[in-house]
Design a protein around this ligand. Structure first.
Ligand code: ATP
Ligand code: MG
Length: 384
């Protein structure tokens, strides 16, 4: 019997006057997730159907759709003829033989002779007559059999609701530049913004040759995973080796991280403006490490002139972030031991509350513009 996938969207975003805009982005994202899979996407009132795919690929298709924001739930349904005998025969395929259950019916085709309540009653009765260990519980059933009578003489029968990624379709909330390290936090931060509909580009700073190629591969892996949620991404890499060396040579060691982060933010903002990104996104969380005190954030934020810096994890505990990272599939990669640039030249005692006058005094010793220019010359772009 033919299988179809029902996609239900998180209803809120399809209401109101921007409906067409959201719907188009949603459809594009679904098609993009399934771009190398033969299928047809059919829009129906209140939902979409994916049909015409190779049923051997069903798990793969579901895995991909689970990463499409805006999908509220999905079901794999059998398509059958819209008559009670066929529906009953199909329902036996999705119905368990023991436990409590109920039937939920929806009559999309009002010409079908039974009302939805009558369909549920009739089908429930038939299932009880063949599976004697079943009981009906309409309030808290252990499982549900769903019947959906469609136009055109077809019915869909299914038993499972698969949780989708929820959120808003990517492409409906602007573009953000994620500062991505090899750590646990920044991929989670990017995921959270993509879930709100933001298109992501990624920027990574490395200290090659102090950091190795495996460290870069790790970031490529993380960005590749993120790309599945954000409908693709560009990963830009920039070397800050020369900046770290220069700071190391000329400045007070306890301000190393503070000074480096100000360079990162300057470079990030300029690059964001070049690629029409509308904000910077970081994985900072208040108090997590020495540079993430409010004073540390103020010092790096103050070099960003035009764009907001979004820190979706600012109020999260590390264990909450880890939980999310496991869930989105970045954790295993993030905990690989390869260092990103920040651990090179790490001072023993970084300044926890850096003072702006000290920072400015140290920066006077550096050719800030020249160092930024050299950094941009090292930029590489990887399309994912
Ligand atoms: P993460 O787990 O994301 O690496 P972290 O706890 O190690 O974060 P920091 O090293 O202080 O914290 O970095 C804070 C944020 O700064 C990161 O979440 C990321 O957004 C950005 N960042 C840090 N290092 C880099 C880097 N090498 N390239 C790009 N962005 C970076
Ligand atoms: Mg880090």
């Amino acid at each position: 019997m033919k299988k179809v996938i029902i996609i239900r969207y998180a209803e809120l975003f399809l209401k109101g006057k921007n409906r067409g805009f959201f719907e188009r982005a949603f459809e594009v994202n679904i098609k993009r997730a399934l771009k190398d899979v033969d299928h047809e996407l059919i829009r129906q009132s209140g939902r979409y159907l994916v049909v015409g795919f190779d049923e051997e690929l069903i798990e793969e298709i579901l895995e991909r759709l689970k990463k499409v924001f805006g999908i509220h739930t999905m079901s794999v349904a059998y398509e059958t003829e819209a008559n009670m005998d066929s529906i009953f025969a199909t329902a036996k395929l999705v119905c368990k033989t023991t436990g409590s259950f109920k039937v939920v019916s929806h009559r999309g085709d009002k010409k079908f002779p039974l009302t939805s309540i009558e369909i549920s009653r009739e089908l429930g009765g038939r299932l009880l007559s063949v599976y004697h260990d079943l009981t009906v519980d309409v309030h808290e059933p252990s499982f549900t059999v769903y019947v959906d009578i469609r136009e055109g003489g077809k019915a869909l029968v299914f038993g499972e609701m698969i949780e989708g990624a929820n959120g808003m379709p990517v492409g409906t909330a602007g573009r953000g530049l994620l500062l991505i390290s090899g750590g646990i936090d920044s991929p989670v931060a990017g995921h959270m913004m993509a879930k709100r509909g933001m298109t992501l580009d990624c920027l990574h700073f490395h200290s090659y040759p102090y950091t190795n190629m495996q460290a870069k591969e790790k970031v490529v892996d993380l960005a590749t995973t993120l790309a599945k949620y954000s409908c693709g991404t560009n990963l830009y890499t920039v070397s800050v080796t020369h900046i770290q060396e220069e700071i190391h040579k000329k400045c007070r060691p306890e301000l190393m991280i503070t000074l480096l982060r100000r360079f990162m933010f300057r470079i990030a903002e300029r690059h964001a403006l070049q690629i029409s990104a509308q904000c910077l996104i970081t994985g900072e969380s208040l108090g997590q490490v020495a540079s993430q005190t409010i004073e540390g954030m103020t010092s790096s934020n103050s070099v960003v002139e035009k764009l907001p810096v979004l820190r979706p994890l600012v109020g999260f505990d590390k264990n909450e972030i880890i939980e999310r990272s496991v869930k989105i599939g970045t954790y295993e990669t993030s905990i690989l031991p390869y260092e990103d640039c920040c651990t090179v030249f790490l001072p023993d005692f970084p300044a926890i509350r850096p003072k702006i006058k000290d920072i400015l005094a140290e920066e006077k010793k550096l050719d800030v513009e020249g160092l930024i220019k050299t950094a941009f010359e090292s930029m590489e772009k990887i399309e994912l």
